[in-house]
Design a protein around this ligand. Structure first.
Ligand code: HEM
Length: 473
C-alpha cells in the first residue's frame, strides 16, 4: 500500500526537493517569500503540485473541477494537518470536528444564524460601527490610517458581544485577552510557515508549545468565566421569559438545559470557534475592501450613490432590509473576497483516492491544500483577473461561470456557517464609514504584501486616507 502511495505522490509534479528533507529549505524563507513562492509554484505546476517537508506531504489543487470533487464529497470532510495548530484552543469545535459530533453541533448551531437573530445582531454591528467611525475621526487628519487595528477591534467587539453577550471594553481582562489572541495568531502563522512545527513530536519539545499553552490558558479562562456568569443570569432570564438580548451562547445553554448532549467544555469549544472564525475573517474583508475602494474612485462613488438611494438623508443607521437592498455593495464585497479571500487556503484529508482533471491520482490519506487564492485569480475563469470589477457578480455573469470558481466561504456541507453574518457585518461597517468619509489611496493592490498564513493577513499595514465629507450622508 505504501509503495502505491509513494508512486502516486511521485507522479505529481512539484518543486524539486532534497533527499530525506524534501523541500525543507524552500520553506525556510521569510513569510513574504513563502507566500510568493506558493504563487510561483501554483503558476509553474498548475493545476496540481506537491511539496514535501521531512515526511509531511501536501498536495495543492486549484481548479474548480478538482476542488468540487474534494469539498463536495463526505469522504474528504476530515480537516487536515494545518488545523492541528488550533486544537489546543478550539478543541473539537465545529471547525475541527467531523462525523456524528460535527453533524449534531452543526444542527444545533445553525439557528444561531437565522435572519431574525441576525436582525438583532445588526444593532450591535451598528453601535460598534459608530465607535469605529469615531476612532477614524480622531486620526483622519493624519496622511493615512492603518486600518487593520481599528477594524479588528470593531470585529472583535462585535463577535464577543454577539457570541458571548458581553461588552469587550467592560471586561477587566480584555487587554490580556486581546494580547493573547494576537500572540496565539503569531504562533499559528509560524507553524503554518514552518511545516515541521506541525509534527507533534518535534513541536511538543519546543519553546513555542509552552508559550501556546499559557496563551490558551488565558483564552480558556476568559471564556469559562463568561460562560459561568452567563449561566447565572441565564437561569433568571430563561425562567421569566425575559426579553434580554440573546447571544449565541444562550442557544447553547438552552440546548444543554433541554438535555442535548453538550457539556461546559463543549459550549466553550463552540464559543471559542465562533470567536476564531468570526473576527479576523471579517476584519480582513473590511480592510481589503476599503483599500480596493480607495483605489477605485468610480466604484466608490457608485456605492455611495446606492447608500444615498436606499437610506435617503435621515442619518439613521441602516436596518436589515435596507442593507439587503444594497446589491452593488454586495457585489463589491464579493469582488474583494475574490481578490483577497480572508481564508486563502483550506486543508482536507483525502478519504479515498481522487482522480484529478490532470490525470493524477491523489492517494487516500493525503493532505490536500485547496488554494482558494489561486483559484480566484485563475485567468481561465476570471478574464483580466487582477482588475477589480464588481460586475463579475451580476447574475448573468455568475450563471456563465463554473459554480466552484468562487469559494471564499468554501462550499458543500462544511461551508462557512457565518457567511450571512459576515456579509451583514461588513455591509454595516462600510455603510457607516462611507457615509462619513471619502477614501483616498495610500496602499495599492501592488504595494500590500502578505504573510504566509491560513488567514490572508498583510505583512505590514493597510494604509488608507480618510477625508471627512463636508456633508455626511
Ligand atoms: C468574510 C467572512 C468569512 C469568511 C471569508 C469565512 C470563510 C470560511 C471558510 C473558507 C470556511 C471553511 C473552512 C474549511 O473548510 O476548513 C469557514 C468555515 C467556518 N466559518 Fe467562516 N468565514 C467568514 C465569517 C465567519 C463568521 C462571521 C463566523 C461566525 C460567526 C464563521 C464561522 C465559521 C465556522 C464555525 C466554520 C466551520 C463550519 C463547519 O465546518 O461546519 N465564519 N469560513
Amino acid at each position: 500500500k505504501n509503495g502505491r502511495y509513494s508512486k502516486c505522490i511521485s507522479e505529481i509534479p512539484g518543486p524539486k526537493g532534497m533527499p530525506l528533507i524534501g523541500n525543507f529549505f524552500d520553506t525556510f524563507v521569510t513569510q513574504e517569500q513563502l507566500f510568493n513562492k506558493r504563487r510561483q509554484w501554483a503558476n509553474e505546476f498548475y493545476p496540481i503540485y506537491k511539496t514535501k517537508t521531512l515526511n509531511l506531504v501536501f498536495v495543492g489543487i486549484m481548479t474548480p473541477d478538482d476542488v468540487e470533487k474534494v469539498i463536495n464529497s463526505k469522504a474528504h470532510s476530515i480537516k487536515g494537518r494545518i488545523y492541528h495548530s488550533f486544537t489546543g484552543w478550539l478543541g473539537d469545535g465545529l471547525l475541527l470536528s467531523h462525523g456524528e459530533k460535527w453533524k449534531s453541533r452543526r444542527r444545533l448551531l445553525t439557528p444561531a444564524f437565522h435572519f431574525t437573530i441576525l436582525q438583532e445582531f445588526l444593532n450591535i454591528f451598528n453601535t460598534q460601527a459608530e465607535h469605529l467611525v469615531n476612532e477614524i475621526e480622531k486620526s483622519c487628519k493624519k496622511p493615512y490610517i492603518d486600518v487593520v487595528k481599528p477594524v479588528t477591534e470593531f470585529t472583535l467587539c462585535s463577535i464577543v458581544d454577539t457570541s458571548m453577550g458581553i461588552k469587550m471594553h467592560e471586561q477587566e481582562s480584555s487587554e490580556s485577552y486581546k494580547r493573547a489572541l494576537i500572540d496565539l495568531n503569531t504562533i499559528f502563522i509560524r507553524r503554518f510557515a514552518r511545516p515541521w512545527l506541525l509534527l507533534k513530536p518535534i513541536y511538543k519539545y519546543s519553546q513555542t508549545y509552552k508559550m501556546e499553552q499559557s496563551l490558551v490558558n488565558i483564552l480558556h479562562t476568559f471564556s469559562n468565566n463568561v460562560i459561568e456568569e452567563r449561566k447565572k443570569t441565564f437561569d433568571v432570564s430563561h425562567n421569566t421569559h425575559s426579553t434580554k438580548k440573546k447571544a449565541m451562547l444562550d442557544l447553547l445553554l438552552a440546548a444543554q438545559r433541554s438535555g442535548v448532549n453538550i457539556d461546559d467544555a463543549g459550549i466553550r469549544e463552540e464559543v471559542d470557534t465562533f470567536l476564531f472564525g468570526g473576527h479576523d475573517t471579517t476584519a480582513m474583508c473590511i480592510c481589503y475592501t476599503l483599500m480596493a475602494l480607495a483605489n477605485e474612485k468610480y466604484i466608490q462613488q457608485e456605492i455611495v450613490k446606492e447608500i444615498q438611494e436606499v437610506l435617503g438623508d435621515s442619518g439613521n443607521p441602516p436596518i436589515f432590509s435596507e442593507l439587503q437592498q444594497m446589491s452593488y455593495m454586495e457585489r463589491c464585497i464579493k469582488e474583494s473576497l475574490r481578490l483577497y479571500p480572508s481564508i486563502p487556503v483550506i486543508n482536507r484529508i483525502a478519504g479515498e483516492d481522487i482522480k484529478t482533471v490532470s490525470g493524477h491520482t491523489i492517494p487516500k490519506s493525503t493532505n490536500i491544500l485547496i488554494f482558494i487564492y489561486d483559484l480566484h485569480r485563475s485567468p481561465d475563469f476570471w478574464p483580466n483577473p487582477l482588475k477589480f470589477d464588481p460586475n463579475r457578480f451580476l447574475p448573468e455573469n455568475i450563471a456563465k461561470r463554473h459554480p466552484y470558481a468562487f469559494l471564499p466561504f468554501s462550499a458543500g456541507s462544511r461551508n462557512c456557517i457565518g457567511q450571512k453574518y459576515g456579509f451583514l457585518e461588513v455591509k454595516a461597517a462600510l455603510c457607516s464609514i462611507l457615509r462619513k468619509f471619502r477614501l483616498e489611496p495610500v496602499d495599492t493592490p501592488e504595494s500590500v504584501k502578505y504573510k504566509s498564513d491560513i488567514v490572508l493577513r498583510p505583512l505590514g499595514e493597510i494604509r488608507v486616507k480618510f477625508v471627512p465629507r463636508t456633508k455626511s450622508i
